[in-house]
Ligand binder design. Structure first.
Ligand code: ASP
Length: 591
């Protein structure tokens, strides 16, 4: 039996006999004495094997990196001058008397005892090795602390952990479904849940009152950066509660967790209406660490001849904004070209700018390709509105509002990063008062949150002007990342049918797809609401990781496949036949 974890030994154990197990992180041969750095999940212990213990010494000579060994020995202080202050176990070592190889290891596909930059696909293919790296193990350990913290908090608040099905029907959360063919119902498919949304609402109808689940969710989304087809949500729902109370409980949970796990103290979260977030930052997940804001200048440029600006300024769906970057005039032309390329990813056709060199000189003191098109009066009026100072640079976005918001919003974040503009390390907030719907490309409406979100108005008002209606939805945002979001739900059948109708889901289709929900709403559904946090994203931020893949034990790669198991894979014809499926792509050769 193990007596201690390698990483747990210290000076209080001096002279104790111990039994350690682990992997050999590194072996060093020091002229007659062999040092083994033995690693387990808690850390590394230094083992000394000297030639007096002949058998163990011979064993130690055969040991290579990543061999699995058992060491029995006595703990002693390291000799004067050889202690290692950077290592938690660095004051002691184990005089290894009995060293046994429990298993050998092939040469690792990448070294674990030294930091080397390994391609991600290789790391994912050998994830079992990658996870041996202390950094990676620590992230898994931290993730486990987060889930256990959340469970404790929610248990303490009377929330009940209830599991919901994985084989189910589609839940509309805006992505494509992963489908699972049914063998017993030929031609029919289950969908993997995009979220447990409707089940948690059913649980409220059942009287569970307060529910949570650490739930796997599946979304077959287009491959955008840092999404996983399967991810984990902390899913929460509560009856007889209003928006404010629910947000307060959730905020308390997050604040206390950051305090207890990271020693970070948050002030009460700002609550920013969606309209204000879009106006100032062009985003419904503003990164409030960055002290830059949009200023609308459409009214100033509407009369000019310069169509690039006056076009959008006179279009009701257009927007013209300026983004003033204090002391940004030193940004080089080359860098501006790179930013121009960057905003083009978001559909911007260019990036206009003005460097403020000497404001006192009027237009002459402004360096820019566009001042001559704007004219001195307009250019100076813009400067006045912005409160511009010598040494600033001003960037402009002029296009459809959606493009301006996305492009200049992304530029704001990029500038914050590149110029190290952050005013604090953590900036949490709530975004509230979302609209109910947004326009689709074909002119229809789609729910911004999901179709079960309660509007903040009556069914009649909703029906009269759906595009103006606000919802009772809220998002928690941290450093420009959405940590979670939810809403007060519709608990009234008539309102639910109205929303379906506005979304173009006629009664018959609603009955076919969501009959069970409409039924439940008829049988005494309590007012209720909830939200879900993205666990992966939360842990990524808390551990300051670069991607959610760093905090998931076995993630898919960026083309949504598992490098470790080579999933998805082809299947035998026999299996397809059983499932009544024929595919156009080649199936696995039958043996
Ligand atoms: N089901 C929602 C989502 O996955 C969260 C919620 O409304 O509770 O985004």
């Amino acid at each position: 039996m193990r007596s201690h974890y390698c990483g747990a030994i210290n000076e209080s154990h001096v002279d104790q006999e111990v039994t350690l197990y682990g992997w050999v992180h590194r072996r060093r041969d020091h002229g007659g004495v062999i040092f083994l750095d033995l690693r387990d999940r808690e850390g590394i212990a230094q083992i000394v094997v000297d030639p007096d213990t002949e058998e163990s010494f011979a064993t130690a000579e055969r040991i290579r990196n990543e061999f699995v060994v058992q060491v029995k020995g006595r703990i002693r202080r390291r000799p004067e001058g050889t202690t290692n202050k950077d290592m938690p176990t660095g004051a002691v070592e184990v005089l290894g008397k009995d060293v046994v190889i429990l298993n050998v290891a092939a040469t690792p596909p990448f070294p674990l005892d030294d930091y080397v930059d390994v391609g991600e696909d290789t790391r994912l293919k050998y994830r079992f090795m990658d996870l041996r790296r202390p950094d990676m193990l620590n992230k898994l350990r931290f993730r486990s602390k987060v889930t256990s913290y959340i469970r404790n908090f929610l248990d303490g608040q009377g929330f009940m952990d209830v599991e919901t099905p994985i084989l189910t029907r589609a839940t509309p959360e805006g992505a494509r479904d992963y489908l699972v063919p049914s063998r017993t119902h030929a031609g029919s498919f289950f969908a993997l849940p995009q979220s447990p949304q409707l089940f948690k609402q059913m649980l409220m109808v059942s009287g569970v009152d307060r529910y949570y689940q650490i739930a796997k969710c599946f979304r077959d989304e287009d491959l955008r950066a840092d999404r996983q087809p399967e991810f984990t949500q902390i899913d929460i729902e509560c009856s007889f509660i209003d928006e404010n109370t629910l947000m307060n409980i959730m905020e308390e949970m997050v604040r206390e967790m950051f305090h207890d796990l990271l020693d970070v103290k948050f002030s009460p979260f700002l609550r920013i209406p969606y309209s204000e977030a879009m106006e100032k930052y062009g985003s419904d997940k503003p990164d409030l660490r960055i002290p830059l804001e949009f200023t609308d200048v459409a009214d100033l440029v509407a009369p000019v001849d310069f169509k690039v600006f006056s076009g959008p300024a006179n279009d009701e769906k257009g927007r013209v904004v300026a983004l003033r970057v204090p002391n940004g005039a030193s940004i080089s032309r080359k860098q501006i070209d790179l930013y121009t390329k960057y905003v083009s990813i978001y559909g911007a056709k260019g990036l206009a700018w003005i460097k403020v060199n000497e404001l006192e000189k009027g237009a002459e003191g402004l360096q820019s390709p566009i001042v001559k098109f704007l004219g001195e009066d307009v250019a100076m009026a813009i400067m006045t509105r912005l409160g511009a100072q010598n040494g600033d640079i001003v960037f402009f976005g002029a296009d459809k509002a959606k493009i301006v918001n996305e492009a200049i919003g992304a530029l704001r974040v990029k500038l914050g990063e590149d110029l190290a503009l952050y005013t604090c390390k953590w900036a949490p907030c709530w975004v509230i008062d979302f609209p109910m719907f947004e326009e689709t490309n074909d002119g229809g409406l789609t729910a911004i949150h999901h179709p079960f979100t309660s509007p903040a108005c009556t069914p009649e008002e909703l029906e009269a002007a759906p595009e103006k209606a606000l919802s009772q939805a809220y998002d928690m945002v941290l450093n420009g990342t959405e940590l979670g979001g939810g809403s007060i739900r519709i608990h009234d059948g008539a309102m639910q049918k109205t929303v379906f109708r506005i979304l173009g889901i006629e009664d018959e289709e609603a009955q076919e797809k969501f009959g069970f929900l409409l039924d439940a709403l008829r049988f005494g559904c309590p007012p209720h609401g909830g939200l879900a946090f993205g666990l992966d994203r939360l842990v990524m931020l808390m551990t300051e990781s670069q991607s959610i893949r760093e905090v998931i034990a076995f993630p898919k790669n960026q083309s949504a496949s598992c490098m470790l198991t080579q999933a998805p894979g082809l299947v035998d014809n026999k299996q397809l036949k059983e499932l009544s499926i024929s595919v156009r792509k080649p199936v696995k050769e039958e043996k």
